[in-house]
Ligand binder design. Structure first.
Ligand SMILES: NC(=O)c1ccc[n+]([C@@H]2O[C@H](COP(=O)([O-])OP(=O)(O)OC[C@H]3O[C@@H](n4cnc5c(N)ncnc54)[C@H](OP(=O)(O)O)[C@@H]3O)[C@@H](O)[C@H]2O)c1
Length: 284
């Protein structure tokens, strides 16, 4: 029996494997990766590696065994049909008879286009009959704190989110919740809506950035079409820019505020404050 993590060399996956290593022997963890070289550090510490690609279902043929607990980390290839990619993993897990398949989804309140792939995967997972956990992860702090260069260059936070609020948390927080589910009992067929303990507005985000940098950083709320123009002007493909504008519209409508404190409950500690994530990013 293994705890198997797909997307293990991604940002979230690395946090999950690191936190698993604090709780279970390395030999009980399998990291599923596309590129073994990227996971050499895990292998050196005794983590088992499996090489598989969501685009090649046959590569998942021998990844899982009966009784495994699996974390399917959603892919990032928006243009390659993520529902079919995730279905390949679900099919392989079902064929092997895994004990649990946890999936990193999006908040149930989110209706932006970005959520469509997650809803389709959730439906496929429920239809499979596998014991499942839906980890409906809210937004990452890092979506913002890893994009500080243009903010600091122009002294402006630009978003199309009006006065909307976001209860984001750090990737490490979401990883902690996933590890609790993978190593604990009684999570079968549960849906967890996960977000940070405190929601913030972009004006508050700009104020915190101002405080920490000593600069005057303003929040510039723009209409969605203007944001799309700015993002495409900076080299982003139009469909992706439209997805980001859609997310901001959802934020304005309050769809990324996740109440309930489920994330800190599962993590066993308060979630990381945004201010702390900003400090870490500024130290960079
Ligand atoms: N909640 C949020 O705010 C938020 C924000 C961004 C993304 N997400 C979602 O959450 C996921 C995890 O976040 P993250 O920050 O860890 O993203 P990430 O760093 O981009 O990691 C994505 C992982 O998926 C793997 N992957 C992609 N396509 C694959 C394929 N065809 N076959 C096998 N593996 C594949 C990648 O493998 P490699 O390591 O080989 O590249 C990587 O390990 C993302 O993929 C996305 O679905 C959520």
């Amino acid at each position: 029996m293994s705890i198997v993590v797909t997307g293990a060399t991604g940002h979230l996956g690395r946090h999950v494997v690191e936190q698993l290593l604090e709780k279970v022997p390395a030999g009980q963890i399998t990291a599923v990766v596309r590129d073994e070289a990227k996971a050499a550090d895990f292998a050196a510490r005794g983590v088992k590696l499996a090489v598989a690609d969501y685009n090649a279902p046959e590569t998942f043929g021998s990844v899982f065994a009966a009784g495994d607990k699996v974390l399917l980390i959603s892919g990032n290839e928006f243009d390659k049909g993520r529902p079919a990619q995730h279905q390949a993993v679900i099919d392989a897990a079902l064929a092997a008879g895994v004990a649990l398949l946890a999936y990193t989804s999006a908040p149930g309140s989110l209706t932006a286009a970005l959520a469509d792939d997650h809803r389709a995967t959730e439906q496929a997972l429920l239809a499979s009959g596998l014991p499942y956990v839906l980890l409906r992860n809210g937004w990452y702090h890092e979506n913002y704190t890893e994009q500080l260069a243009p903010v600091l260059e122009h002294n402006a936070v630009v978003a199309a989110a009006g006065a909307g609020r976001v209860s984001s948390a750090s990737r490490a927080d979401y990883a902690a919740a996933a590890v609790t589910v993978l190593t604990g009992e009684g999570h079968e067929n549960k849906t967890y809506e996960l977000g940070g303990d405190e929601a913030w507005s972009f004006a508050e985000y700009a104020a915190e950035l101002s405080k920490q940098t000593g600069k005057e950083i303003a929040y510039n709320s723009v209409p969605g079409e203007v944001l799309i123009g700015i993002l495409t002007g900076a080299g982003l493909p139009e469909p992706l820019a439209a997805i980001f504008a859609g997310v901001d519209a959802a934020i304005e409508q309050g769809q990324l505020v996740v109440p309930g404190g489920e994330l800190s409950r599962l993590a066993g500690r308060p979630t990381t404050p945004l201010a702390e994530a900003i400090t870490a990013a500024l130290k960079g």
